[in-house]
Design a protein. Sequence first.
Length: 194
Amino acid sequence: MPKDETRAALIEVGKRMIFETGFNHTGIQSVLSEAKVPKGSFYYYFSSKEDFGLAVVEDFLTNHYAVRNQFFLDTSLTPITRLRRYFEFQANRFEQRNFHGGCLLGNLGQELADQNDTFRERVQEAFDSWRAGFANCLREAKATGEIADHWDESQLADFCLSGWQGAILRMKVSKSRAPLDAYIATVFNDLLKT
């Protein structure tokens, strides 16, 4: 396997395993076996398990930002429509995965925030970026009169992110999209109505 493909295969397997068992329970040897990569190769690509975990996070974020931007930057739609379609798209993806895995950032935040400052800080940066995307759409919505002037878009963006993460956690526990649908309905049918 070419070098870039080997590294990508390790990251892909690691991402799946971290989703399934968490970072602490994902063993390097298991990743190597699953990816069919020789044992000595791991440290050619990653300096440590932490370095590997951060590479998994970066890969996840690259994919997440591409999806997010597909919706958030679609100026053919109103800002609130963009946000709603983003949440509906994500809810459909979770349903396709049988509500398994949840959000990698939320999972790692819950598992590692009290154990590893490097992961905690990287997850916080990612959440800040996610929140900023929400805030930008909400700022546009406010400027066009799509939401009421009294909203503070930064606080509302914080609420959107925190509420969505809570809905994802409840989705994982209930193995149902009901918490996601309830979140979407409450935010867009009630909270953000002008």
